[in-house]
Design a protein around this ligand. Sequence first.
Ligand code: SAH
Ligand code: SF4
Ligand code: F3S
Length: 450
Amino acid sequence: MTETDRKRLHVITWGCQMNVYDSGRMADVLAPLGYAPAAEPDGADMVILNTCHIRDKAAEKVFSELGRLRRMKEATGNCMILAVAGCVAQAEGAEILARAPYVDIVLGPQTYHRLPEMVARASRAGNKVIETDFPPEDKFDHLPESATPQGVTAFLTIQEGCDKFCSFCVVPYTRGAEQSRSAATILREARHLTAQGAREITLLGQNVNAWHGEAPDGTTWGLGRLLRELADVPGLLRLRYATSHPRDMDDDLIAAHRDVPTLMPFLHLPIQSGSDRMLAAMNRKHTADDYRRIIDRLGDARPDLALSTDFIVGHPGETEADFEATMTLVRDVTFALAYSFKYSPRPGTPAAGAPAQVAEADKDRRLQALQALLREQQTEFAAGCVGLDLPVLFTGPGRHPGQIAGRSPFLHPVHVSGSADLIGTESIVRIVANYPNSLAGTLVQERRIA
Ligand code: SAH
Ligand code: SF4
Ligand code: F3S
């Protein structure tokens, strides 16, 4: 490839970890065409806006960002190729081209392996490309191995889509039906990632624990079995998986938390509400007690397991008593980390049309009360780490010279004084202080497991 063939690609990523993974894979697909990453959109030959539709004014946010990118495109003499990808593209593809005619390509999450062909079509003056169907072929069969290393911690998508249709959620519509990749392709990608320097892999899926993939011997494995196999990948020190649904926490997966030491003692298991009435209205198909029982069993399997979760306040029909049930559940269970959101009506979902919408002021008040309690628990959990010797995987340089930064088993950023050659290895660190979003520690033992 000559210098003149080199082009600059900038990808803007909103939304979940799967979008982060997808953005990396889109860059991989475009690399053979000469596109190299650009840190800024200004002056880039191509910009991809990878969007999220989950909450709030998703579409409006996209159009306002597109307005900014339009000016940059004009500054390049309209040479820049502008693409909109992700879940807003999937949901509102035609609307995007109608309202923002300067966009060249609109593509859904299942079609990005076709990007080279889309770019070729869009490069012919005036052509607009829209690809938001769910193609018959599996995009993972058509993707090149990733060219750009993700670093010490990497994402690996193993499952996509969702068949659960929670009342409030757009994901089943934007990502389509549940699909699992085969174990062989996942193991191959994991080996590739570790060969590139990854030491921790987070398996991703909209419902990652619903994964049931084809095994090399033709049978079907569940996630527990896959984790056991991944534990043997050379160089891999840590495994995680996200995001899970309580209904898919099967016995073998719970047992894997006991049997697989590289599986980190930290689990993101969304519950959404502590009220059975709300859980039924949300179509979650489990009760608050079901959830309590699952985490009790997980705690038996792995006593140091810490939990993270998601909540929605103000789902249609939520009363003060329902909200109080959520607060009670939080007090009982205690979470190391949690994300909480005000219910946001999503077009086309059942809850959006429900009559009993909750007043905005009530949603605000409930969210504040819930977040105050969750913040308290998060701080308490971090403070409880002080004095402990924890394994820390070093991921990069720290904020100050002579410092390195890493990750606790519980996903806290940890800063210590140490030499940069420890990056990519795991060592034991004595935690000496907790700050709002990180921990500080001192090296106890350089294990240098690499
Ligand atoms: N598959 C996961 C969640 C994926 S979406 C699960 O089943 O739990 C991530 C989080 O966004 C959800 O857990 C929920 O808390 C939040 N969310 C989804 N739709 C929402 C909506 N319409 N309004 C507010 N929060 C929402
Ligand atoms: Fe959305 Fe529910 Fe599926 Fe999670 S399980 S992605 S919340 S529909
Ligand atoms: Fe958002 Fe789509 Fe992920 S709606 S949260 S980017 S699956």
